[in-house]
Design a protein around this ligand. Sequence first.
Ligand SMILES: *Cc1c(COP(=O)(O)O)cnc(C)c1O
Length: 187
Amino acid sequence: MLSDNAYSEITFDGYHAPSFLNVDGAIEVGIEFHSLSKTYNMTGWRIGFAVGNRDVLDGIGRIKTNIDSGAFEAVQRAGITAMSGSQDCIGNMRKIYMNRRDALVKGLHNIGIAVEPPKATFYIWAAVPEGYSSIEFSTLLLNEAGIVATPGVGFGECGEGYIRFALTQPVERIEEASKRMKQLKLD
Ligand SMILES: *Cc1c(COP(=O)(O)O)cnc(C)c1O
């Protein structure tokens, strides 16, 4: 059992995301991965870690040492610094994403798309307006409002009818996007 918990620290409103390893017996059967990409804004630095079952970790170690030669040492040192220093940066980042989240949720409400503010991650998963497929609505946003969002169907057929926004732009840009969405002529 492999658990990918890349967003465990990107949480809001006091919510604590659970770890697979919180489950009784989990350590007997698997491991959990965490990446420094999101938690410490180190996307592209290619550094993360795995914790959990000793035998599985041993196996990963054996595979890794045979297929690559490890992360560049300066990046490993940066990772150590990130994880052993003050963790205030995470709280600051949570506030930034939370403000962006609230701005986009408000913008979506203003065009009649009801969405619960998510408790974690920097994505908003929203239902598309009636009469649109997820691809039609994302195409409309792109062509008529200059907004890039991912059609839900790209994540599998159950994602049809939804669209995913990434909160990777500052609040001012999200407010601008909200303004443009408000000006769209929805059928
Ligand atoms: C970002 C992310 C990761 C980790 O990606 P790396 O940048 O390769 O460390 C893993 N899983 C999910 C779901 C992610 O979004």
